[in-house]
Structures are given as C-alpha cells and as structure tokens.
Design a protein around this ligand. Structure first.
Ligand code: PRP
Ligand code: URA
Length: 209
C-alpha cells in the first residue's frame, strides 16, 4: 500500500508560493526551501522511536523521551543540499551521507556520479532529501542503493512531487514513506514538473543554463 503523505498546512502553502514564483531570487528561494524542509521534517519524524531517559532539572528528577534510532540524512546532489541544514537543525546528531545523481537531459534517466557509502554502518532510518520528485527515477535509484546498504527504514522528503512520481514510488516501494508539500498533476515533455518550480538545483545555486 502506498505511504505518500502530502502535508497540509497554511505555512506550507505560503512558502510554496515563494518557490514556485519565477521572480523569487536565489537567496529567497533557498530560505523558502529551508522553511519548507523544516515543516516537512517535523511531519516526517513524528513517529520515530524514542526511549525514556532519566534527567535532573534544576527542580527535581524527571523522565524524558529521546530518539532511539540512528538517523542518516541522504541528500541527493545537488538540489538536496538545500534541505540538509534545516534537517540538521531538527536532528543535530544525524549523519549526512551524500549521493550524487544528475538526469540525462535526453532520457531523463538518472546517472550516478558520487557514492561513498561504506560497506557497513547503515543507519536505522534514512531520510532521503530532494526538493523534486519528478519521474521518480532518481529516488528509485537511491532507495535501491540504501536497501542494498542495509538501511532498515527509508523515508523520502520532497518539496514538490508529480503524481506519476509518487505513484511510482508507492507502487515499487510500498514500505517507503514519502512526505511532500505538493503533488502536481503532470510532467512536461522534458520531464519537468508542471506547474512545478523549474530546475531546483539551478535556482538554489543560481546557475541558470
Ligand atoms: C533534479 C532533482 C532530482 C531529480 C528529479 O536533479 O533535484 O534529483 O532531478 O527528477 P526525477 O524524479 O525525474 O529523477 P537534477 O538532475 O536536475 O540535478 P541537480 O540537482 O544537480 O540540478
Ligand atoms: N528536476 C527539477 O529540478 N525540476 C523538475 O521539475 C524536474 C526535475
């Protein structure tokens, strides 16, 4: 069964306007991606496992709950880098594992160019970070790589997904939870999301091509 959650929240709708608007400058675009990532991050972590921990306040002894899982953030280069800092603010003890992919412009198929995952030491939970989930090809490749590595649980966080992209991930990986701020109806003939926001990496890094 598909586990796709579109987060509904007025702040998400507000900041989505900023990333969609072609007049938004790169600094504002990065700030909006940052805010959207934090909002997604709160929802995507709401059922992580915790364990009790005893502590002493200035007043008395008490018991709190702390995270009981090792978390790895997995940004997909390049655009996923824009989501790392906000997620580290929420999860300061998470490791960050980079995977580099770009889409072949003719075929829209992902091409891997960076992968230094070790043989062992896979986190319990991997949070895959990429603002765009278009055809789903890039996320598909990353999920397969993380499964091969031995990650127990994989969650994907994207700002904008296409309907076809979330359908693909839900069909092929029914155990993977996907959290998105928007699901747009279509892809154009270059496999860009419509209405979308254009090229996320180029807008984050101010590298129009
Ligand atoms: C973009 C985006 C995703 C991918 C999504 O990356 O950041 O990684 O495309 O498309 P898909 O779902 O059809 O695979 P891009 O290839 O533009 O590379 P970049 O981040 O380096 O700009
Ligand atoms: N990658 C992007 O950056 N934008 C899209 O719409 C599709 C893939």
């Amino acid at each position: 069964m598909s586990q796709v959650t579109r987060i509904e929240h007025p702040l998400i709708e507000h900041h989505l306007c900023r990333v969609r608007d072609q007049a938004t400058r790169p600094s504002e675009f990065r700030a909006a991606v940052h805010r959207l990532s934090m909002l997604l991050g709160v929802y995507a972590t709401q059922d992580l496992t915790t364990e009790p921990v005893g502590l002493t306040t200035p007043i008395c002894e008490t018991v709190g709950q702390q995270l009981a899982v090792r978390i790895g953030l997995v940004p997909i280069l390049r655009a996923g880098l824009g989501m790392v800092e906000p997620m580290l603010q929420l999860l300061p003890d998470a490791a960050v594992w980079h995977l580099g992919l770009y889409r072949n412009e003719e075929t829209a198929e992902p091409v891997g160019y960076y992968d230094k995952l070790p043989l062992q030491n896979a986190p319990n939970v991997a949070l895959v970070l990429d603002p765009m989930l278009a055809t789903g090809g890039s996320v598909d490749l990353v999920i397969r790589r993380l499964m091969q590595w031995g990650v127990d649980e994989i969650r994907v966080l994207s700002v904008i997904a296409s309907q076809a992209g979330v359908d693909r991930v839900g069909r092929d990986f029914p155990d993977v939870k996907v959290y998105v701020a928007a699901i747009d109806p279509t892809l154009n003939d270059q496999s860009y999301i419509v209405p979308g926001l254009g090229d996320a990496g180029d807008r984050i890094f101010d590298t129009p091509t």
